[in-house]
Design a binder for this molecule. Structure first.
Ligand SMILES: [Zn+2]
Length: 261
């Protein structure tokens, strides 16, 4: 789970430094640092922080839409500064603005990646569950995207956090599992999430995430088969349809909801 991004900006040229420094001013989950020491980065980081090294390649981009390349795997974000820095030091302000917007967009995409949101959802489920009444009462919270997808008669759709919580509340039989040695207290833990993991073209397993509301233990369990996935997805979609007034997803992110509740 990533909930904070540090931009590690080694000085290249003043203008590119400035673009990186100002790229995510409105996003408090992003911390730009110019020429930071390892010690300074460490002080600002925790296990959920992604440190992106900001690279300036003085080249022209191959295509207009690839001014900025961000790669969470190699932990880099790269700009092609020849795009806005002209020979003689002149700056094309329009292109510079586009570059800044692209940096901001690339960072936002990493945080809002559905796989990341899904991890955020799993991580914060105890809090979300505790505050579910508040979430049910506020459509802005209810319809925040959870990173998960439900399935119904019309196929796949984005599952809002409120629909998952309500499905768990209304249908505990479906969303609780009895697992061999699963829980410390003997209660049936909640099934928080499930994923079909393909190890190869021919073999796959299920990964089940559970949480017990009584003893608070969490488990990740591998299973050969999990026949209930479709029913769970379907139930979430049904709840969504019952509550759907055509409003679409909330403009609040899951991060915003967790902060607000
Ligand atoms: Zn328990």
């Amino acid at each position: 789970m990533i909930n904070k991004i540090i931009l590690n900006i080694p000085h290249s040229d003043d203008y590119t430094d400035y673009l990186f420094m100002t790229a995510a001013l409105t996003n408090h989950r992003v911390v730009p640092m110019l020429n930071p020491t390892q010690e300074e980065i460490k002080r600002q980081s925790d296990v959920n922080t992604l440190v992106l090294r900001c690279i300036n390649v003085h080249k022209l981009p191959d295509e207009e839409d690839r001014i900025v390349k961000a790669d969470p795997m190699s932990k880099t974000i790269c700009v092609m500064s020849k795009y806005y820095l002209e020979e003689g030091g002149e700056i094309d302000h329009h292109k510079a603005e586009m570059t800044r917007a692209s940096i901001e967009h690339a960072i936002g995409n990493i945080l809002m990646d559905p796989r990341n949101l899904r991890e955020v959802f799993r991580q914060h489920l105890p809090l979300l569950w505790m505050k579910r009444k508040e979430i049910f009462a506020n459509p802005q919270y209810f319809f925040a995207f959870s990173g998960r997808y439900g399935i119904g008669p019309d196929g796949y759709g984005e599952a809002p956090v409120g629909a998952i919580l309500k499905a768990m509340e209304e249908d505990p039989k479906l969303f609780k599992v009895r697992l061999g040695g699963g829980c410390n207290c003997g209660e049936k833990p909640f099934l928080v999430d499930y994923e079909h993991v393909f190890d190869s073209a021919v073999s796959s397993t299920w990964l089940l995430y559970t949480w017990c509301p009584v003893c608070h233990s969490r488990r990740e369990i591998r299973a050969w088969e999990f026949k209930r996935a479709y029913s769970c997805d379907y139930r979430i979609t049904q709840i969504l349809e019952e509550n759907d007034k055509g409003q679409g997803l909330s403009n609040l992110s899951l991060f915003d909801v967790i902060e607000a509740i």
